[in-house]
Design a protein around this ligand. Structure first.
Ligand code: SAM
Length: 302
């Protein structure tokens, strides 16, 4: 990044300000790291990593390499899904000795479909301070560039790998009315897309957010019915990292309205508008006045 001449003094001042902020000792810093592009690190994250006495990480080789991109070399402590409990004890020991510990994962935000939650829980239970350094997360990056209009979402993360369990999970999710956010490994993307089509049907919109922040970044939105063809159109689409966003189910309100209309239509064959509205209100639990208006409109349209 080359700041413009006029911006340079204030950017330098910001760098200085951030480096002089408080980074208390005896604190676990939960540090988000890039999801592909080393440039996506925050100023605070670099300062916290630079000040850390030890960096707890999923894979010491990956993290050692990432730190070297920022000119840092640190003691590393392995903290992955198979040793989270022991790692938590070691981290607590370091914090009790007054050290700063940074916790990172291989990419993005620790504890989001990544190890870290157990460590944070144990550290908090020991009465020690935990401070988040927010930054990249693939889910939020994908949502921000998806153009999906629903502003509520459900973070699902990884579906079960086994076909039967995956289908059961999807069936539970089929009626959820908010955007679903899924993570998927590249070798399962075609199977998962086929399972989504089976359970949700061809009309639902899906967004493939692939290789975000990297050279071959792609964001593609289509109905599930067209998704397999899109994946097959380029052999590279069988590789790379994906977030899948699936539009939520249609509003139940619309379904309720359709059901009320169906009931009113039957009742109007035999009853007056007033009686049909009263009976429909008892059957559906909806408001009699609104049903009366709806029945009047339906009668008028005949
Ligand atoms: N903690 C991470 C976060 O905050 O996003 C997620 C880690 S999870 C083990 C890895 C999954 O995140 C990948 O399988 C993929 O679904 C998603 N992911 C990570 N980086 C990505 C990227 N650059 N583009 C698209 N998806 C990505």
């Amino acid at each position: 990044m080359t700041p413009s001449h006029s911006a340079a003094p204030s950017f330098d001042a910001l760098l200085q300000e951030v480096s002089q902020q408080a980074y208390p000792t005896a604190t676990l810093y939960v540090v988000a790291t890039p999801i592909g592009n080393a440039g996506d690190i925050t100023l605070r994250a670099i300062n916290a990593l630079a000040l850390a006495d030890v960096v707890a990480c999923e894979d010491t080789r990956n993290t050692g390499h990432l730190l070297s991109r920022y000119g840092l070399s640190k003691e590393l402590l392995a903290a992955h899904e198979h040793n989270e409990r022991e790692a938590a004890e070691r981290i607590i020991g370091r914090l009790q000795a007054g050290q700063r510990v940074a916790l990172v994962s291989d990419a993005g935000t620790p504890a989001v479909s990544d190890p870290g939650a157990r460590i944070v829980d144990a550290v908090r239970a020991a009465g020690l301070r935990v401070s988040p350094l927010p930054g990249p997360s693939a889910a939020v990056a994908a949502l921000s560039a998806s153009g999906l209009l629903q502003d509520r979402f459900l973070f699902v993360g990884f579906l079960p790998a086994k076909a039967k369990q995956r289908e059961t999970s999807l069936q539970h999710l089929a009626s959820v009315q908010v955007t679903l956010v899924l993570y998927e490994a590249p070798h399962r993307i075609a199977d998962t897309t086929a399972a989504l089509l089976d359970v949700f049907g061809p009309q639902r919109q899906v967004v493939f957010a692939r290789e975000l922040t990297k050279l071959f970044e792609e964001i593609h939105r289509c109905p599930l019915g067209d998704a397999a063809a899109w994946l097959a159109a380029d052999a590279n689409r069988g590789k790379g990292e994906y977030v899948l966003l699936v539009d939520g189910a249609a509003e139940a309100v619309e379904e309720d309205e359709r059901e009320a209309e169906r009931i009113l239509a039957i009742l109007l064959e035999e009853c007056s508008v007033k009686q049909a509205a009263a009976l429909a209100a008892r059957i559906t639990g909806q408001k009699k006045n609104a049903l009366y208006e709806q029945a009047l409109a339906m009668k008028g349209g005949q």
